[in-house]
Design a protein around this ligand. Structure first.
Ligand SMILES: [Cu+2]
Length: 365
């Protein structure tokens, strides 16, 4: 019978509107349970020991050999990155942008916990706090953070826990080209992380209007403000800061959902494919690497990114262009399938709409 489960969904949607504190949660469906919500906190609230534990787990993931046979991957960390690189054309500029990245953050958190002994939750970077001054953020601390800005023409990071990490995916779609984590931190670009841009997005009352706004300044400010690897829309999950950044953006989305839960908990839409971007040839093609709009290199006076000159022909496009699945037509629906290529099981957008649902089971505090 369809009716009872529909009823449960509706009741759960409206009934949880006022909830905000840690509490046991009644499962919304029968195929999973969520009894204790993991609490995701901002990085700057972490103790040094908590920061250490998170970074150690990340290093563990980077050291664990790849297991899934995904083209070009060497370790578990890169397997997560691969799902993003491979699907870049269908998880950006589309309705699935926020849902896919929510699932990717959760998959990352799950791997840290289940395979690397991490006990905590995925942290997020409170970027509003550091807007306009990313260079002094504690996220970039060389001892307790992710290391600082890059140095030299190629911007390879020179300190911090990830200084020796070699990434095999990227720039762009390229695989098998081993390179450092590189950054071109720009305080001026990081102003796009300011609260005013988020407030602008919160003016929108429907998902179809909200997501392009969120994918604009709040999203691009973090990518462009760090620059380098982070400014590569295809391979950016090669810088571990990516996971703090996108968890922040996920919180921005969740906070918007919570502002009107009964209307927004299951609100989805937007196009499935974006013809002007990744799929039909790059607007930034002709031998230059992609950058987020407004990122480093595209602003007057911003440092030029020499990685952009890596010839396009050296970038290997994903074998077979992935196509959206689960919702025929060009409108993103709750049935849209989010593919994870074995890193975690594939799910639908419906499964990731509620962070407190049986699959995700976390909350932002
Ligand atoms: Cu992305």
């Amino acid at each position: 019978m369809v009716l009872p489960s529909l009823l449960v969904t509706l009741l759960a949607g409206s009934g949880s509107a006022a909830a905000a504190v840690a509490r046991p949660v009644t499962p919304r469906t029968s195929n999973g349970t969520c009894t204790t919500l993991l609490q995701r906190r901002a990085w700057h609230t972490f103790t040094d020991a908590e920061k250490r534990a998170y970074i150690d787990a990340e290093l563990c993931l980077m050291a664990k050999p790849a297991t899934l046979g995904l083209n070009g991957t060497k370790n578990r960390f890169e397997e997560l990155q691969w799902t993003h690189q491979h699907q870049a054309s269908i998880v950006h500029n589309v309705g699935a942008f926020l849902p896919y990245h929510r699932l990717l953050m959760w998959a990352h958190e799950k791997l840290l916990r289940e395979e690397c002994g991490y006990q905590g939750a995925q942290p997020y970077w409170d970027e509003v706090r550091d807007a306009g001054k990313f260079s002094t953020s504690d996220v970039l601390d060389p001892v307790t953070g992710f290391g600082g800005n890059g140095v030299g023409a190629y911007g390879c990071i020179a300190d911090g826990p990830f200084v020796n990490f070699t990434n095999s995916l990227g720039p762009g779609y390229r695989i098998g080209f081993e390179h450092c984590i590189y950054r071109f931190v720009s305080d001026s670009v990081s102003r796009r992380a300011a609260q005013s841009y988020i407030d602008e997005c919160y003016q929108h009352t429907t998902f179809v209007d909200f997501w392009p706004c969120a994918e604009g300044a709040p999203h691009n400010g973090g990518h462009g403000g760090i620059g380098g690897k982070m400014n590569d829309p295809i391979a950016s999950p090669g810088d571990p800061i990516f996971y703090l950044h996108h968890s922040f953006l996920d919180k921005v989305w969740w906070d918007w959902q919570e502002l009107n839960q009964s209307a927004r908990l299951m609100d989805i839409g937007g196009r499935n494919k974006f013809s002007g971007g990744f799929s039909g040839g790059f607007p930034w093609g002709n031998g230059t690497l992609p950058g987020f709009p407004g990122g480093n290199g595209s602003l007057p006076g911003a440092p030029q990114d020499p990685w952009r000159s890596v010839p396009l022909q050296d970038m290997i496009p994903p074998p077979g262009s992935p196509e959206p699945e689960g919702d025929p037509g060009n409108t993103t629906t709750l049935s849209h399938i989010l593919r994870m290529y074995g890193v975690v099981p594939d799910v639908t957008i419906a499964d990731v709409m509620d962070t407190r649902g049986p699959l995700l089971c976390f909350e932002y505090v």
